[in-house]
Design a protein around this ligand. Sequence first.
Ligand code: SF4
Ligand code: SF4
Length: 110
Amino acid sequence: MSIFINKNVCNGCGKLKETLCERICPGDLLFRNAAHKAEIRSQADCWTCGACVKACPVQAIDLKLPSQILKSNVSLRAQCKKQHTVWEIRNGNGIKEEFVIPATTGNEAK
Ligand code: SF4
Ligand code: SF4
């Protein structure tokens, strides 16, 4: 499992001192390279938490799902809104499906 960073879409988070994906990665795996694009230090160390996928404001990061879970070439992309997150799943044939997950605070059932 790993992530894929689309360098054509990544804008390096403009003038932010620390990029949003870099800031959120719990493994400190992401950094902005000399070309002002996000890069991962080690795919092997990524545990596919998806935090960077959700944090990227321009949807430049895809989560690659393993073939053991789904068919090959399946990826997930997220678009975070205030009230919900739109997850887009794409398979190798280019077919897309969207799932809308409401944002929660974790306190709703209390
Ligand atoms: S998926 Fe999680 S662990 Fe992997 S690079 Fe993104 S934030 Fe870091
Ligand atoms: S958050 Fe998105 S746009 Fe910003 S550096 Fe990371 S991949 Fe690029």
